[in-house]
Ligand binder design. Structure first.
Ligand code: HEM
Length: 385
């Protein structure tokens, strides 16, 4: 069995799935995108963004080179697209003009990156340290590209990015679990599983800081509107990518359900997800970077699976550390249900008129049943053997 090496999957041993030292500018050929992306908030607030799009040239994405340029380019295009669509949500365009549509779709065809704003754009490729000489903290993180909402956005972003960094700090432990399986080293596995559990609990601690400076009114729909896709009202049939194809393109919006962390932990631990939820989770994976999507698939296909190694080992310490990790993931997911309730469900209730609330009832019910169901599937995966 060949060794699975996490760094082969666009993962950093320092920052995990979060891009380590991302670029903040593209080469000069792409300056029209960079300029617009960096002044997005101003253009949205002044309502001038829609006038700027027809002035953009249609740039060729084959001039991009390397992972960091490609990720930054997608992020810029995705944010500008979101601003273009949602800056005035009483009048949402049904057609995306060629300067955005052509390169965004070309990136989908060439690199397999979804032609819509994703969690990877919002968080994973967007984080820089305010002071690179100071340690990682919520206070020391800033976004390269921002959306309106000022301090609420800054806080929402920084807490989310810090939660990724909490997990990133344990990437070596993730690698050690995999190596421990290959080497038959049960002590290494047990120690590393406990370290992963600690990292997940640190994520929960960080996530509890949302409440310090993010209100449900601040989140929904003021920020969340910019994470919308093109698959429900006012774009139920999708968005036309002008200059690309005639049929509308349907894409879901972004949320942290697209973080690769829990999907890779589910795959590592062999968590059995109920079939309908598993199917839905697979569709969510289409919005991950292809490298991260491949990691999840490769973990699930490893011929020797962690859970069976733990169960056949007869090693109570190893079993306890496996269950410790499952417990930590369940704890995070339980807490996450509270976050979704406050920011999504209550945010909706407080801030939407009655008729919109009724229209979104099925979405609300599906979401709650999904996040609770994932928590329950996880809890059931503890081993008793
Ligand atoms: C304000 C904070 C947050 C809100 C409002 C929120 C909202 C949501 C929503 C609405 C979903 C359902 C997505 C869907 O139906 O496709 C979801 C799923 C999910 N979110 Fe969050 N989320 C938040 C923070 C986080 C954080 C910090 C993480 C960790 C990286 C996270 C991880 C997940 C995961 C893994 C799922 C998929 C369900 C599961 O596997 O348990 N969320 N979230």
């Amino acid at each position: 069995m060949s060794r699975l090496i996490l760094t082969d999957y666009e993962i950093s041993m320092k920052t995990g799935f979060l891009l380590d030292e991302p670029l903040t500018r593209l080469p000069p050929y792409f300056d029209p995108w960079t300029r617009l992306a960096l002044s997005l908030v101003k253009h949205i607030e002044n309502k001038t963004l829609r006038d700027e799009i027809p002035k953009l040239p249609v740039l060729d994405v084959s001039c991009l080179s390397g992972e960091k340029e490609v990720k930054l380019a997608h992020m810029q295009l995705a944010f500008i697209t979101s601003g273009y669509l949602w800056m005035d949500f009483t009048d949402v365009p049904k057609v995306l003009p060629p300067p955005l549509a052509v390169p965004l779709y070309a990136m989908y065809e060439k690199y397999g990156m979804a032609p819509v704003i994703t969690y990877a754009d919002v968080i994973l490729s967007n984080a820089v340290f305010k002071d690179p000489n100071r340690p990682a903290s919520v206070e020391n993180l800033a976004a390269i590209v921002a959306i309106p909402g000022r301090s609420q956005w800054d806080w929402f972003f920084a807490v989310g990015a810090m939660a990724e960094l909490d997990f990133g700090a344990a990437m070596k432990s993730f690698q050690n679990v995999l190596d421990g399986i290959d080497e038959g080293d049960q002590d290494k596995m047990a120690l590393s599983l406990n370290q992963l559990a600690d990292a997940v609990l640190n994520m929960k601690k960080t996530a509890s800081r949302y409440h310090e400076q993010l209100s449900s009114e601040g989140f929904f729909p003021k920020l969340s509107i910019f994470f919308s896709g093109y698959d429900m009202e006012p774009l139920p049939d999708g968005l036309i990518f002008e200059g690309v194809k005639d049929e509308p393109v349907k894409m879901a919006g972004a949320n942290a359900g697209q973080s690769p962390i829990f999907k890779s932990l589910d795959a590592l631990c062999g968590i059995q997800i109920r079939e309908d939820r598993h199917q839905y989770t697979q569709t969510v994976c289409e919005y991950l970077y292809p490298s991260h999507r491949k990691l999840i698939a490769d973990l699930r296909q490893r011929p020797v699976q962690l859970k069976s190694v733990v169960e056949s080992s007869g090693n109570s310490e190893l079993k306890a550390s496996f269950n410790n990790l499952i417990q930590a993931v369940t704890t995070f997911r339980s807490y996450h249900v509270q976050l979704v309730t406050k920011y999504f469900v209550l945010g909706m209730k407080k801030n939407l008129p009655e008729e919109d609330l009724n229209a979104l009832k099925p979405v609300k019910e599906f979401t709650m049943s999904y996040v609770k169901g994932m928590r329950d599937d996880c809890k059931k995966s503890m081993t008793s053997k």
